[in-house]
Each structure stands twice: as structure tokens, then as C-alpha cells.
Design a protein around this ligand. Sequence first.
Ligand code: GLY
Length: 333
Amino acid sequence: MVDIKIIRCSVQDVAGKLAAYGSIFIVYDRNVRSVVRALGVPAAASLEIEATERNKVLSTVEDICRWLMRHDAGRDAFLLGVGGGVTTDIAGFAASVYKRGIRFGFVPTTLLAQVDAAIGGKDGVNLDSYKNMIGAIRQPEMTFICPEVLETLPAGHLAAGGAELLKTFIIDDSGSWYDRAVESLEKHGDLTEFIGAAAGIKAGIAGRDPYERGERRLLNLGHTFAHAIEKLSDESITHGQAVAMGIILAAKLAEKKGIAKTGLAEKLEADFKRCALPTECPFPIKDLGEAMKKDKKAEGAAVHFVIPERIGHVVTMDLDVDEVTGLLTQDND
Ligand code: GLY
């Protein structure tokens, strides 16, 4: 069991909580310069990056390592990554490999990063057209969840994280969060309670199974379909949008397999629409099947699927892709 530390606090309190760390280096997305200023963390040096999927490559990690070297960062240095999931993935990986690993922490600034990307220790960069092909699993010392950083973001960023937020509650709804989170997302209400709950659920699951040998696979709800959708769209469909579509397909599959009661997919679809999340996959199911077979996790024709039984409970199944596409094609093509 790994203890994954989530600290919920305001931006102003972060510096105090890092007071014990001597030599702090900050890597941040250029879009959140104002957040870095508000943090007021005394840093040995700060580096601004352009946190795009295209820059999520090994050469950016090398640039960060060179910059750390230039500033004489030793093994006792602490790297603080401030930004969305791309920034935390790059910064976490750089910290994992620089001098064989220095300590690091995150201030995630998007909903997606607060509930998902900045928690769990998986980091990495893309290789050619393959996402997260090079990386490591190494836990940050802590992830700071500061609610006020989201206020400065455009609504699109919230929508991108909404799917991962609802996904988490479809996996674990022990605090009856799901329906209330749907309402809050629809009305652009305060998400603080839900972000804290989702971050805690993710930290719990990832802490119990950091290397994804079992329970952690549940977090991939909707993701087998989502990765295929993202790939087929040439990345024009965002991860959050693809996850929303993927969850609906997983729910339809659950009904076809008799695992979920009829009506689950319809309810999720209606809920997602209320939250302005897309629900219709624009590609033929058979194309998704081909893409899924090519996915790096494919073992023979069987692929891991996470299937919702009901809101609050999901199961994993190894299924034959052709069987899945056959079942889903009955009412999708
Ligand atoms: N960094 C994301 C995860 O570990 O799942």
C-alpha cells in the first residue's frame, strides 16, 4: 500500500507547506503564469513550458534535465509541476529520471489533472504517434488541490475533466456523489466537494494497486473505447470527450452482456448530455474494433474492458473484440 498524499488548501498556503524543502524548482505551463505568481513559492529557478501534446516528448524532458543541471540541482532538489495533465506528466517524468530521481509535487490547474492526471504516479511522454509510451510510475510527494485555480479556466477545461469526475463516481459512489455532481456540472456549481472526493477515490485505488495489477484497472472505465476514438479522430476529439463516449459504449455493452439492467446506458447518456458531454461515438463500431486490436494492451483478440454494473460498481472482463463489436453493432451501425 502506497500512501498518496493529497493536500486540499488554498494557493496561498502551498508555500508554507513546502517550507521544509530546501531547493525548489518550478516547471509550469505558460498559461498558468498567474497561478505560479500567486503561489509565491520561493524557487531556485522556474521554467515555463508550452504544455501541448506535441511537446510531450522526450526532448522536452531532456530540456528540463539540462535546465536543472545548469542550475546545479542536486539529488535533494524538489521539482514542483504547475499546470494541467501534460505539464504534470512531463514534470513528473523529468523528476523521476533526473539524477535517477528527485522528489517532486504538483499543483494541478485543470479539473482533469486535479481528479486524475496529477494523482497516481504514472507519468511519461509520447513516442511518435503513441501516447505515454515512455514513462515511469513514481509517486509525487504530494498533490495540492487548490479550488481557486479552476476559476480562471475557460469552461471547456471543466468539460474536459467532467467525464473523469463522473467516471470516478460510476466506479465508487459510496458518498452518493454521482447525481449531485451531474447537477453541479450542469449548473456550473461549486465542484470543490466532488473534486476532493474523486481525488481521494483515485488516490485510494492507485495507492492499493500502484502498478495496475488488479483494482487499478477499474479506473480505465470507458478508456479502451476512448483510446480507439482518440486515435481514429487524429486527436481532434479530446481525451475527456472520448472518455464520455467510451463510458456510454461500455454501458451499452454491459446491458448486452446482461451485466447491467436495461436503462443504465440511457440514464448515463441523459446525464452526460446535461453536463454538455458528448455521448455519440462518430465512428463505425467495426473501425473502433480494429483500432482496439492494435492498442498496445491487446493480447491476441482479447482486450480488458471495464463494464459498469450500476452507478457505483464496475467490473473488469477480458473480452474478444469481435464479440464486443458484434454486440454493439446490433444497434449502433
Ligand atoms: N498520473 C496519472 C495516473 O497515475 O493515473
